[in-house]
Design a protein around this ligand. Structure first.
Ligand SMILES: Cc1ncc(C[n+]2csc(CCOP(=O)(O)OP(=O)(O)O)c2C)c(N)n1
Length: 875
């Protein structure tokens, strides 16, 4: 009897009752024929997709079962959403996918597609693997049908002629670009819909339906072994097994690199900006002759997507209200408006609820229909055939036109939000029952029976057979090892290979001095920067970016105002003219989307160098760095990576340009992101070397680097007296790059006077102020060593401890705030290392930076540094 929450038992009982009530089919249909008039899906294909739906459902039930005795750690299921099997079937297995946590049936279909492509011999479908054990990626845990249903495995019966006609013959062609700094619109060489432009390896839309083993009755067909692969993956995720294929026990997520399924975080909608970035990158790489070139010479190119791939990302209906989602829709539409191609298929799986919150009646359709530049498709997601047919149409449209679309699937949510959710608190029993009446599995079964493809009893046998085998798989993964040490957990987080990075920098120098010398001289207008004379910090970064773009064919520089204007501080001046709009481009004004573009581009094998115009504006987009960029290696065990060097102009002390938002001095939000590299160059020569290091580290190790540029030092020329030019530095010629290399996490030390009395540990603007203070102290006979951390993450712990111990008196000069500032980390590092000397701290006041002269009240000053040192010496 149904209670007021739907338990696994209720759902199972209800399914059995519904199937038992289905009348026996009057006649048997030919499974090779379309399942309905006007449909392209054949009976055999529908039978197969039913298996995917059942696999997904049985996984949900297994998740609850595992939880019931404390061995499962995840109970958010896909029940009610299994129509998404039809979306996967409408796509190519190589189309990159970022999936909603309820896209279980999609995942099953994708796994089966890939398994079949990897092993085209359909005989394998009958290879029994009764134990269902081992990794068994191609072994078939579903292969032995129970005695009652054993039948001949016949011709797979893949339907011919399932290719759909393009769904939108009358749609507008590419709009004319309105921006002069974007690539011109260009219609993809539209293939005939049934021709594969990539060379025939891929089926066209609608022909990719997976296992169709056994063309006869339902009992005669073996279940596609790819579903066992998928089931094992998901179960391993539920029990946090180390063997789980993407996150290795770190996260329960749909993902596998060989399935082109990119893991997502559980922050709803945060994967959408990345999906847009991936769409942009697919198009950009298709157009660039360099698409097969690696990010760094000698590395394997990361981009493996077909030139005509489309990106798919799914999400729930409540998620469309999230800022990240609205950013992604807007960015896709904005670029479409300018004529730039972004082939993304958004799939909204609309069950009408976001946990307990209802989507207002009609809101989702209204909102999705009105996204400018994003074409709207809709289907009843509980009807597999309709879902498939509309998904085929939507995918074909996106693939042909290389433009974004959204597929709105209405679904139901069965068994509540997750295992612990008591739906009855916010839904009536009647509503819950109404959802059960729309169970997509029952709907598919009804179709199959009505079409004469199966009887209810046969389908129930199928359901039980798959359920039984999933239980066995679940029992098999229970004993698999878990992550058992901190080292094991963090191993894939941010591997660093400093020697390879150093070698990469040296090799870049060799290329720039050798084969690339001519192009380099040309790019620099006949005069390379090492011949120009001393440079400012801004000029030095500009030159290093130029050298990076010359050496990395996949590098792209983008952000607000970086191209036409050359950046608000001129740091990217001239780059667009030197390298063109495909590699240096202005983005729309949205930091979430800027980072999303970087995330997608990095995943596609590019080397993105996005710019955040001011540190204050990183904060509204910070999750794209923390939640998305920094987790990718962790959640994919290094199988996927999003290398990136995010340039951020920040920190305080701008002459004549006051106020908090242009003088933000908080980096706390970055310092605790595991694996993130945070660089703060203070001097021009360090800036160029550190940028080279970041680019090499991103290319070699896939590092995510934040390159925080002190605005106050961009154009500084002098150190001690007007005109001394001591804050300028010459640019190293390429042959000297190896010698000038600055490894990640190594500090720079300046000795002033005897350098024996006090150690100042600082960074950024603090370096220049401290050197000036040290000069004043030297006049008083005090010898100082000034340590420029250069890297805020990872901190140069060994260097700072050595230098602290050398004097036994440490003054931390921290231009960030006292609470949560960098100084806290420095002092903690000293304590952790057993430093026993004296220590003091000079830091900014816990305040936002006020306008004008008032800023001096809260920021660190040279006088405060000198005073701090004197107090330390007086102890
Ligand atoms: C940014 C964010 N806020 C809150 C949550 C907590 N949360 C998890 S799922 C969920 C509801 C999502 O609803 P919807 O997008 O409709 O997907 P559904 O679960 O209904 O399929 C919420 C609020 C989250 N994961 N991420």
């Amino acid at each position: 009897m149904l209670s007021d929450v739907t338990t696994p038992q209720d759902l199972d009982d209800r399914f059995r009752e519904a199937l038992a009530a289905l009348a026996a089919p009057g006649r048997r249909a030919d499974p090779a024929q379309p399942v309905a008039d006007g449909a392209t899906l054949t009976g055999a294909e529908l039978l197969d997709l039913f298996d995917a739906q059942v696999t997904s459902r049985q996984l949900d039930l297994a998740g609850r079962w595992l939880r019931s005795f404390g061995e499962g750690y995840y109970t958010i299921g896909s029940a009610g959403h299994e129509g998404n099997a039809g979306v996967a079937a409408a796509l190519r297995p190589t189309d990159p996918a970022l999936l909603h946590y309820r896209s279980g049936a999609f995942y099953c279909v994708r796994a089966a597609q890939v398994a079949r492509n990897a092993e085209p011999d359909t005989d394998r479908k009958s290879d029994a693997d009764p134990a269902g054990g081992g990794d068994g990626r191609t072994a078939n845990a579903f292969a032995t049908p129970p005695p009652s249903t054993v039948g001949a495995t016949g011709d797979p019966g893949r339907a011919e002629g399932t290719t759909p006609v393009d769904g939108d013959p009358g749609s507008a062609e590419g709009t004319v670009p309105t921006e002069d700094d974007v690539e011109p619109a260009e219609e993809v060489e539209a293939p005939a819909d049934d021709v594969d432009p990539a060379g025939g390896a891929e089926p066209a839309e609608g022909a990719a339906v997976p296992g169709t083993a056994g063309g006869g009755s339902v009992g005669a067909r073996a279940v596609d072994p790819g579903y066992a692969d998928a089931a094992r993956d998901v179960l391993r995720g539920m029990v946090a097994s180390r063997e789980e294929p993407i996150a290795g026990g770190r996260h329960k997520v749909f993902g596998r690199a060989d399935l082109a399924v990119v893991p997502t975080t559980s922050t709803v909608a945060s994967h959408l900006p990345r999906a847009v970035g991936m769409g942009l990158a697919v198009e950009r790489l298709r157009r660039l002759e360099t698409r097969q070139e690696p990010t760094w010479p000698g590395e394997t190119p990361a981009a493996t997507w077909a030139p005509d791939a489309i990106v798919v990302c799914s999400f729930g209906d409540a998620s469309i209200n999230h800022a990240s989602a609205t950013a992604a829709f807007n960015t896709a539409g904005w670029y479409d408006h300018t004529g730039l191609r972004i082939p993304v298929l958004f799939v909204c799986e609309d069950n009408g609820l976001g946990l307990s919150l209802r989507s207002p009646q009609g809101w989702v359709a209204t909102a999705l229909r009105s996204k400018p530049g994003v074409r709207y498709f809709a289907a009843d997601g509980t009807d597999l055939v309709e879902t498939y047919e509309v998904a085929v149409e939507a995918a074909a449209w996106v693939r042909r036109h290389r433009r974004p679309a959204v597929l709105h699937l209405t679904t139901v949510r069965l068994m509540g939000h997750a295992g612990a959710d008591a739906e009855s608190a916010y839904r009536s029993a009647g509503e819950i029952r109404a959802d059960l009446d729309r169970d997509p599995l029952v709907a598919t079964a009804r179709r199959l029976v009505e079409a004469g493809l199966a009887s209810g009893a046969e389908l129930l046998d199928r359901y039980d057979e798959i359920g039984w085998r999933i239980r066995r798989l679940a029992e098999g993964v229970l004993d698999e090892p878990k992550l058992a040490s901190p080292a094991e957990v963090v191993a894939p987080l941010a591997p660093r290979r400093p020697l390879r990075v150093a070698r990469a920098v040296a090799e870049a120098g060799d290329r720039a001095a050798g084969p690339g010398a001519g192009a380099r001289v040309e790019a620099f207008g006949g005069k390379p920067p090492e011949l120009v004379g001393p440079l400012t910090l801004a000029q030095s970064i500009n030159a290093a970016l130029t050298d990076g773009l010359l050496d990395h064919p996949q590098m792209a520089v983008f952000g607000e105002d970086v191209a036409a204007k050359g950046g608000v501080y001129g740091v990217t001046k001239g780059l667009r003219d030197r390298f063109g709009v495909a590699r240096v481009f202005d983005t729309l004004l949205d930091e979430t989307s800027i980072l999303g573009l970087g995330l997608g581009a990095g995943l596609a094998g590019m080397l993105p160098v996005p710019e955040i115009q001011y540190l204050a504006y990183l904060h509204n987009a910070e999750d794209q760095l923390r939640g998305e960029a920094a987790t990718m290696r962790f959640f994919s065990q290094g199988a996927l990576r999003n290398p990136m060097v995010v340039r951020v102009a920040g920190l305080a002390y701008q002459e004549g340009f006051g106020g908090h938002f242009h003088n933000e001095n908080s980096v706390a939000v970055l310092r605790d992101v595991p694996g993130l590299v945070v660089a703060v160059p203070a001097r021009p020569d360090d800036a160029a070397a550190m940028l080279r290091t970041c680019l090499a580290s991103a290319a070699v190790d896939g590092s995510v680097c934040v390159f925080l540029e002190p605005i106050g030092l961009y154009h500084t020329r002098d150190l001690y007296t007007d005109g001394d030019g001591e804050w300028l530095a010459g640019y190293a010629e390429p042959g000297a790059w190896a010698g000038a290399h600055v490894p990640v996490g190594r500090a720079r030390v300046y000795g002033v006077g005897s350098a024996e009395d006090v150690t100042i540990i600082t960074f950024g603007n603090g370096v220049r102020m401290s050197l000036r203070a040290a000069s004043a102290l030297a006049d008083e006979g005090v010898g100082t060593r000034v340590v420029d951390l250069r890297w805020l993450a990872p901190l140069p712990v060994a260097d700072l401890i050595r230098e602290a111990t050398a004097t036994g008196r440490v003054l931390v000069v921290d231009e960030t705030r006292r609470s949560g500032g960098v100084g806290e980390g420095v002092l903690a590092a000293l304590v952790d290392a057993g430093y026993v000397g004296a220590a003091r701290r000079v830091a900014a006041v816990d305040s936002f930076v006020p306008l004008g002269p008032a800023s001096r009240q809260v920021l660190v000053s040279e006088e405060a540094i000198t005073q701090g040192a004197r107090t330390l010496l007086a102890r």
